[in-house]
Design a binder for this molecule. Sequence first.
Ligand code: PRP
Length: 187
Amino acid sequence: MTTMDLRADIGEILLTEAQIQARVADLGVQISADYAGRPLTLVSVLKGSLPFMADLMRSITLPVRIDLMEVSSYSGATTESSGLVRILKDLSSSIEGEDVLICEDIIDTGLTLNYLVRYLGGKKPASLRICTLLDKPARRLVEIPVDYTGFTIPDQFVVGYGLDYGELYRNLRYVGVLRPEVYTESE
Ligand code: PRP
């Protein structure tokens, strides 16, 4: 069960605030160089990518537009993805002819992005790439062409910096491994 002390529910801290900030700054430099001279549209996949998007957009020196999508996987077990994706919030404007970079917090099975790449690709952007803060390749079910990765992480249940368990822990400044007793107790 989640306690009122978020820090107490975290075992190992996988990525510190400093590590995350340094890597996000690097990604911003790389993306700014790769898209030099071209305006860029960042599409954030809510809710998990909110802190990453906010930091990444400020580390990019190009003119950027942003748009937000919210999707949810239909899921039985809380920590598993089912592959069925539901759009809770769609884009606000057309992305036709734009260079689009999808901004995700984590790629796990790849099912969410597999759906989103096909969905956004159908809207005829000039280009469509993927940037994820975290990649958990051990659990991949479909191959996803990831263009920018912050960190590759092991198959552990992580929360923080946007990632939740039961909608909590997103406001932690770091990424940590949730103690198993938090999600196994009092089910
Ligand atoms: C999480 C995460 C990705 C997706 C990755 O979103 O933000 O969108 O799962 O999993 P996959 O690669 O197995 O598809 P979630 O549905 O938990 O919503 P949230 O971002 O609002 O927490």
